[in-house]
Design a binder for this molecule. Structure first.
Ligand SMILES: *[C@@H]1O[C@H](CO)[C@@H](O)[C@H](O)[C@H]1NC(C)=O
Ligand SMILES: *[C@@H]1O[C@H](CO)[C@@H](O)[C@H](O)[C@H]1NC(C)=O
Ligand SMILES: *[C@@H]1O[C@H](CO)[C@@H](O)[C@H](O)[C@H]1NC(C)=O
Ligand SMILES: *[C@@H]1O[C@H](CO)[C@@H](O)[C@H](O)[C@H]1NC(C)=O
Ligand SMILES: *[C@@H]1O[C@H](CO)[C@@H](O)[C@H](O)[C@H]1NC(C)=O
Ligand SMILES: CC(=O)N[C@H]1CO[C@H](CO)[C@@H](O)[C@@H]1O
Length: 527
């Protein structure tokens, strides 16, 4: 678009490009080259900042548009230009339609993340942390932290494996993975964010002795019934964890009630750390055990968010209704977490609207996502797959358009195989580390999530919009940020450019030419 003035010259958008065998490129960082990412500074009155990433060319390419230039006769010229044989769309922002307040965006500090960062020279590991948690990066505001081991650990463990039937958890202890991998990174992240980081804990499995199958993996449930000694011990385990981290100066914003409680139910012999909870078991565990135990330990809902479900959208209504229909159980829960994975082809996005309309006082939060997760697929970690940047951005926008208040990626950093994972459940990552070359790569997904996290800080408010024209392949979400700037993210997944007219974003109509396979964030002070 002619009207956009490029602000930053040279250095190729601060990305050193490298192509592998995919449809786009990665940005390389090694000990000789590791360019900084620019911070998003407040936009001057009378201007619109545009940040663009695209399959073929850009990563956070920043340009600026003068609203005065748009208001002059140029506007009609531009509108004429828009009669080219491209797809045309009209987007109207509706500032009166203000919906959910944003909690934030981020990813997870897992054992695998810690191991990959430890394998790099310290300045590159620091650079990854800065990429995620500073203004010279994605400025993440939420981080998920596994409570104990997951499939993305190198061994199978919990914090209470040694002493069976230790109902008071006297032998509970953090493990080397906490001390050497997760805690140092969490402290570094908290420092980069000056404390403004929400930590969300999720547990994958109780110790084997609490489970019907006496095993951390495989299909198992808690022994006995809710209110009984095993359920109570499992509730206490959460408190022990929160207290152990608090001793390190790390306070959690929230926990989920269980990572993926359906896996052990859906799969006869589920192959990694899990715990089955039916909707009714979850309700009674929350009501009789977890809720009261947390409250009595000083972690009431005034101090700690509690998110139910933490599993795929397919099963959202049954778990949510079971827990929140029960007034007492509902009083111990503040939010509803869900994952982006799909069991079949159906996306179940409408379950978000359904759950929100039934339980508008419990916020929705997307707590885990990763690409390349299909178990028997050979397409795991990939360097430079732009299609995955699009699947991420589509999901984020579909979720935000349905009352979701935040969105989390999974492992912050994986190796180029997509691990380590003792379960060999390799997946793709936003950042992939090649320790043998002392190098890390920023995948296209890093930028697509960044188009949201970097520009939509916590306490931004979602605002509605209307689209007219053939909107196939085009996705839009709009916000007002806490410093009263209008923010809009637009994604074009089409093979051809799309011309847009944006109305009521600022004082004049704004024409934007979206490149094929591109994503833009637009920011302007509110009029
Ligand atoms: C760092 O990456 C650049 C760009 O790919 C490459 O030219 C250079 O040789 C690499 N340096 C090292 C030390 O690996
Ligand atoms: C990282 O540190 C090494 C020395 O350990 C130094 O040679 C290199 O220039 C540093 N690289 C960057 C990108 O800061
Ligand atoms: C736990 O289950 C795994 C399979 O998921 C199996 O290989 C292992 O032997 C079991 N361990 C015990 C102690 O039963
Ligand atoms: C929850 O309550 C609603 C409204 O009363 C009802 O339609 C629904 O069947 C209930 N769901 C469950 C799982 O109890
Ligand atoms: C890129 O990722 C998409 C989505 O996961 C996948 O369908 C496609 O096959 C991948 N591309 C290649 C070349 O592997
Ligand atoms: C991140 C994750 O859990 N990925 C997958 C591991 O494998 C199972 C079984 O195929 C998938 O369901 C998970 O989504």
């Amino acid at each position: 678009m002619l009207l956009f003035v490029t602000l930053i010259h040279g250095n190729d958008d601060h990305c050193v490009k490298e192509y592998f065998d995919q449809n786009s490129f990665v940005c390389v960082c090694n000990i000789s080259v590791c360019p900084n990412i620019e911070p998003a500074t407040p936009v001057s009155k009378g201007y619109i900042d545009s940040w663009e990433s695209s399959r073929d060319q850009y990563r956070f390419h920043r340009t600026q548009l003068s609203i005065n230039d748009l208001a002059r006769p140029l506007e009609s010229n531009m509108l004429q230009k828009l009669t080219l044989p491209y797809k045309k769309l009209r987007i109207q922002i509706n500032i009166d339609d203000q919906r959910q307040t944003i909690h934030g965006f981020g990813g997870a500090i897992t054992d695998a993340t810690g191991l990959n960062l430890l394998n790099l020279p310290v300045n590159l590991s620091d650079s990854i942390m800065s990429n995620y948690f500073s203004k010279n990066g994605l400025d993440y505001s939420v981080t998920r932290v596994p409570i104990g081991g997951t499939d993305f650990s190198t061994r199978i463990y919990t914090y209470a494996d040694d002493q069976p039937d230790d109902f008071e958890l006297e032998h509970f202890a953090l493990e080397p993975e906490d001390k050497l991998l997760k805690i140092p990174l969490i402290k570094q992240a908290l420092k980069l964010k000056e404390g403004n980081l929400k930590l969300l804990g999720s547990a994958w499995s109780p110790p084997g002795w609490m489970k019907t199958n006496n095993n951390i993996t495989g299909s198992g449930f808690l022994k006995g019934s809710p209110g009984g000694p095993y359920y109570k011990a499992w509730a206490k385990y959460y408190v022990k964890f929160l207290e152990a981290y608090a001793k390190e100066g790390i306070d959690f914003w929230g926990i989920t009630t269980q990572n993926e409680p359906t896996q052990a139910i859906v799969h006869q012999e589920f192959f990694y750390n899990c715990l089955g909870l039916t909707p009714q078991q979850l309700r009674d565990f929350v009501k009789l055990d977890l809720g009261p135990v947390l409250r009595d330990a000083g972690y009431g809902t005034d101090k700690l968010q509690v998110l139910l479900h933490d599993d795929i959208r397919d099963f959202l209504p049954s778990y949510t209704e079971a827990v929140l229909n029960d007034t007492e159980a509902a009083s111990y829960v503040t939010g509803i977490g869900y994952h982006w994975y799909k069991n079949g082809l159906e996306d179940f996005y409408e379950n978000l609207n359904l759950v929100h309309s039934n339980f508008p006082n419990h916020f929705l939060f997307s707590t885990e996502a990763c690409e390349g997760f299909a178990r028997f697929s050979t397409e795991r970690a990939q360097l430079g797959n732009w299609t995955r940047a699009e699947t991420y951005a589509v999901d984020i926008i579909e979720d935000l358009n349905r009352f979701t208040t935040g969105w989390l990626d999974w492992n912050l950093a994986l190796n180029t195989q997509g691990g380590p994972s003792w379960a060999e459940n390799w997946t793709d990552g936003l950042i992939l580390v090649d320790a043998s070359k002392a190098t890390y790569y920023r995948n296209p997904m890093f930028y697509s999530l960044g188009h949201f996290s970097k520009f939509i800080p916590p306490n931004s408010v979602y605002i509605g919009h209307e689209v007219q024209g053939d909107s196939q392949g085009v996705y839009v979400a709009a916000f007002i940020d806490p410093s009263d700037q209008m923010v809009m993210v637009i994604l074009n997944t089409n093979d051809s450019p799309v011309d847009l007219i944006i109305e009521k974003f600022t004082s004049v109509s704004v024409p934007i030419a979206m490149d094929a396979h591109s994503i833009r964030t637009l920011i302007t002070p509110r009029i």
